[in-house]
Design a protein. Structure first.
Length: 688
C-alpha cells in the first residue's frame, strides 16, 4: 500500500492542476432546466447509436453504480463477465490485468463493435481493441450498453455479434471534488488512481480528469504488466451549444504470455509460461476528440465529433531458433455526426461516420532491431451512414434501421517486395426492422430481424502473413480470396419491470453465410489459417433478472442456453482434404450462468457472484479430445463506508478452481490459459 501511495503522490504532481482552487471556488448554481438540457445534449451521438431504451434488440446497460461496484482496475472484459448474458472473458496472464479478450455468444471480439461516446475504437485492419492499452478505462465510463446480436447501426467495425457502447461520465455535474483510489493486492499488485471534477463554473466551463498507474506481477511466470493512463474532458455549455474536448492516453509495458500450455505441463506447475522475461511488449495509445453539439428548439439536435486515434509500439516473437521484433504504428482520423429529431410520435436519428487509416508494419531480427526484414503499410478508408426511425402507434413502437457502409483496403508493399500495390473494396447495406409492444403494466415484448455483413481482417486476406512479396504472393492470391461474411439475426423477447425487480428473456437465431473461421493449418505466426465456411448457425435463449425482496437485499442471475453449429466445410489446406459436418464452433459453450447477491447492513455492503461456463470446443473439427473443460468460480466483495471514504475488499476465485479460462488447439494438441487463482485486492477510496 505504501507503494500505491507513492504512485498517487507522483500522479498528483504530474497533473499540476489547480484542483484545490477549483474546489475552493464558489459558483452560482446553474439553472436546473438548462443543466438537464445540456446533459441530454451531451448524449446525442450515444443515444443515436443505442436507438433508445425501447429499441427491439437484446441489450443490457450497466449504469455507473454497477460499474463502480465491479471495478478494481481490471481490464474491461474482466469487468463485463457475468454482468450480462452470453459474455465470456479471459486473460493470458492468469490475473485480472493484462491482455484480455471478450466473446459474445461465442464470437470473438474482432466481430464486436466497440465505441466510446460514438467514436469507433476497433483497429480498422485487425478489427480488434486491446483493452490493456487503456488501463483503468472503466473508471471514466458512466454506462456501457451491451447489445447482443446485430443490434442497432453504429460507427466503425461491423456489429456482427454485438456491440459495446461505452459512454464517458458527463461533466455537467455540480458535485465538484477530488477522488483517489489506492489499491494493493495479490500478485504484488499496486494501483493508484486520482480523478477530479470542477462542476459547472460561472463562465459555463467544466472540466474533469483522471490519471491512473498500475503494476502487477503475473500469476504465470514472466507475465507482469505496468500500465499508465490519463483521461481529460473539458467543455463549454451554452444555452443551446456545447463544445467539448476529450483526450485519452494509455501506456503499456509488459512481459508476454500469449502461448498456452498443455494439460500435462500444467499438472506439474500451473504458472508455466513458455516465454522468457526478455520477451516484451511496449505500446502506447492516444485518442483526441473535439465535438460540437447544437440544439434547434426542443425537438432537434445535431452533434459532430472529429477525432484522431493512434497507437505505436512493438513486441517480441520467438520462432526457433531466432527472436523477431514486430513494430506496429497506426494513425487514423475520423468524423462522426448524428442528427436527432422528434416529430410527435415519430423519432428520427441520422448518423454518418468516415475514417482514414494507415498502419505501418515492420519486422526486425532480434530484440535490438538489428536487421530490418520488411516495412509495409496497410491503408483503410471507411464511410458509413444510417437512418433510424421509430414510430409510436398505440401500444406499439415500430423501429426501422438502415445502414450503408463502404470500406476500402489498400496494401502498400515493402520497397523491396517486388510486387505492386493491391486493393479491395466492399459496399454493404445492412437493414433491421422490429417492434416493441407494451403488453400490460410493466410488461413489454419485442421482435426484430436484421442483417450485417463484415469484411475480412488484414490477416484473413494475407492468409495469416504480415508481409507479402514475391515469395508468397502466389500462395496468398487475390485479396478478395476470403469473402465477406454475413449474419442474419432474428430476435424476440419479453421484459417485466416491477418496483422490486426486473426480468427479461429472449430467444435468438443467427444464421451465417461465408463465415470466416480458423479451419486451416497454423500460419507462420502460429494462428490457424482462416477461410470461409458455407453455413453456420447459433440459436439460443438468454435470461436476465434482478429481485429486491427487501431494501437491504438484491439478488440477480443470468443464463444462456444455446446450440451452435457449423453445418459443413472442407479443410482443403491439408495434403488430403478432410470434410466435417455438424461440428461445434470453437469456444462457444452451450451453457453459461451467473448468480449474484448484494446485502447491505448500515455502512457495510457484501456481495457474492458465481459464474459457470460449460464445456467448449478448442477447434472446429468436432474432436472429443480437443475440449475446454467446464468451470465454476465464486467471487466476493465487501465495502465499508467510512464517512465520505470507503474501504473495499474483493476476493477472486474463492474456491481456487484449477480449471482453464480459455485455450486453443494446434496440430491436434490442446493448449490452455489458466484461470486467475484465489486472490484478494484491497482498495481505499478517498473523497475530498
Amino acid at each position: 500500500m505504501a507503494s500505491a501511495i507513492a504512485y498517487a503522490t507522483a500522479i498528483l504532481a504530474a497533473f499540476a492542476l489547480p484542483i484545490t482552487s477549483l474546489s475552493a471556488q464558489t459558483t452560482a448554481r446553474a439553472d436546473s432546466a438548462r443543466a438537464d438540457s445540456a446533459r441530454a445534449l451531451e448524449r446525442v451521438i450515444v443515444n443515436a447509436i443505442r436507438g433508445g431504451d425501447r429499441a427491439p434488440v437484446a441489450q443490457k446497460t450497466l449504469d455507473r453504480r454497477t460499474i463502480t461496484e465491479r471495478n478494481f482496475g481490471q481490464d474491461a472484459p474482466m469487468l463485463l463477465q457475468g454482468a450480462s448474458p452470453s459474455v465470456i472473458s479471459h486473460t493470458e496472464t492468469g490475473t485480472p490485468v493484462g491482455y484480455s479478450y471478450v466473446r459474445l455468444r461465442g464470437i470473438d471480439q474482432t466481430r464486436l463493435n466497440i465505441t466510446l461516446d460514438g467514436i469507433p475504437l476497433n483497429d480498422m485492419e485487425d478489427q480488434v481493441l486491446y483493452f490493456a492499452n487503456l488501463a483503468d478505462l472503466m473508471s471514466s465510463v458512466s454506462s456501457v450498453q451491451i447489445q447482443r446480436g446485430v443490434g442497432t447501426s453504429t460507427n466503425g467495425t461491423a456489429s456482427y455479434a454485438g456491440s459495446l457502447n461505452l459512454e464517458t461520465s458527463p461533466i455537467m455535474n455540480s458535485n465538484r471534488g477530488v477522488e483517489a483510489q489506492l489499491q494493493g493486492g495479490s500478485f504484488s499488485q499496486q494501483r493508484a488512481s486520482v480523478s477530479f471534477r470542477s462542476g459547472l463554473l460561472p463562465n459555463r466551463f467544466a472540466v474533469s480528469g483522471r490519471a491512473s498507474a498500475q503494476r502487477i506481477d503475473g500469476y504465470r511466470y514472466n507475465a507482469g504488466a505496468e500500465q499508465r493512463s490519463a483521461f481529460v474532458t473539458a467543455g463549454w455549455f451554452g444555452d443551446r451549444d456545447i463544445v467539448k474536448v476529450t483526450a485519452l492516453a494509455g501506456l503499456l509495458r509488459d512481459t508476454l504470455a500469449y502461448n498456452g500450455v498443455t494439460r500435462e505441463e500444467l499438472a506439474g506447475d500451473r504458472r508455466i509460461n513458455p516465454l522468457t522475461p526478455e520477451d516484451r511488449d511496449r505500446f502506447g495509445q492516444q485518442l483526441f476528440a473535439l465535438s460540437y453539439t447544437r440544439a434547434f428548439g426542443v425537438t432537434q439536435s445535431l452533434s459532430t465529433t472529429v477525432y484522431r486515434n493512434s497507437t505505436g509500439g512493438s513486441y517480441d516473437y520467438y520462432s526457433e531458433p531466432d527472436v523477431y521484433n514486430y513494430g506496429l504504428d497506426y494513425t487514423w482520423y475520423g468524423v462522426t455526426s448524428a442528427f436527432h429529431t422528434q416529430n410527435g410520435a415519430l423519432r428520427t436519428d441520422v448518423g454518418v461516420n468516415a475514417n482514414s487509416y494507415a498502419r505501418r508494419h515492420r519486422s526486425f531480427l532480434g530484440r535490438e532491431q538489428a536487421v530490418t526484414y520488411y516495412d509495409n503499410t496497410g491503408h483503410k478508408r471507411d464511410a458509413s451512414a444510417f437512418v433510424k426511425l421509430s414510430y409510436e402507434a398505440g401500444r406499439a413502437r415500430w423501429f426501422g434501421d438502415l445502414q450503408t457502409r463502404n470500406a476500402e483496403f489498400r496494401y502498400e508493399p515493402d520497397a523491396n517486395a517486388g510486387i505492386s500495390e493491391r486493393s479491395v473494396n466492399w459496399t454493404f447495406v445492412n437493414p433491421k426492422v422490429g417492434v416493441t409492444v407494451a403488453l400490460a403494466r410493466g410488461w413489454s415484448a419485442f421482435a426484430s430481424v436484421g442483417q450485417t455483413t463484415r469484411e475480412p481482417a488484414r490477416a484473413d486476406m494475407l492468409a495469416g502473413a504480415d508481409n507479402m512479396d514475391t515469395t508468397n504472393v502466389g500462395e496468398i492470391g487475390n485479396l478478395a480470396r476470403v469473402r465477406p461474411e454475413t449474419v442474419r439475426d432474428v430476435e424476440a423477447g419479453v421484459t417485466l419491470v416491477r418496483d422490486r425487480g426486473e426480468l427479461s428473456a429472449n430467444v435468438y437465431a443467427m444464421s451465417f453465410r461465408n463465415n470466416i473461421a480458423p479451419i486451416g493449418l497454423p500460419t507462420a505466426s502460429g494462428a490457424p489459417l482462416r477461410r470461409n465456411v458455407g453455413s453456420t448457425y447459433r440459436r439460443g435463449v438468454e435470461l436476465d433478472g434482478t429481485w429486491r425482496p427487501t431494501a437491504r437485499l438484491e439478488l440477480g442471475a443470468n443464463a444462456t442456453l444455446s446450440t451452435n453449429r457449423i453445418r459443413a466445410y472442407t479443410d482443403s489446406s491439408l495434403a488430403v482434404p478432410v470434410s466435417y459436418r455438424d461440428v461445434e464452433p470453437l469456444l462457444s459453450p452451450s451453457v453459461l450462468t451467473a448468480q449474484r447477491a448484494r446485502f447491505t447492513v448500515g455502512r457495510v455492503a457484501l456481495s457474492l457472484e458465481g459464474r459457470y461456463q460449460g464445456e467448449a470446443a478448442l477447434d472446429n473439427t468436432g474432436s472429443e479430445t480437443l475440449r475446454l473443460p467446464d468451470y465454476y468460480v465464486l467471487d466476493a466483495g465487501a465495502r465499508v463506508q467510512i464517512g465520505r471514504h470507503a474501504l473495499v475488499v474483493r476476493g477472486i476465485n474463492l474456491g481456487d478452481s484449477q480449471r482453464f479460462g480459455s485455450g486453443y488447439a494446434s496440430e491436434g494438441v490442446p493448449y490452455f490459459f489458466v484461470l486467475p487463482p484465489r486472490s484478494v485486492f484491497v482498495t481505499a477510496e478517498l473523497v475530498f
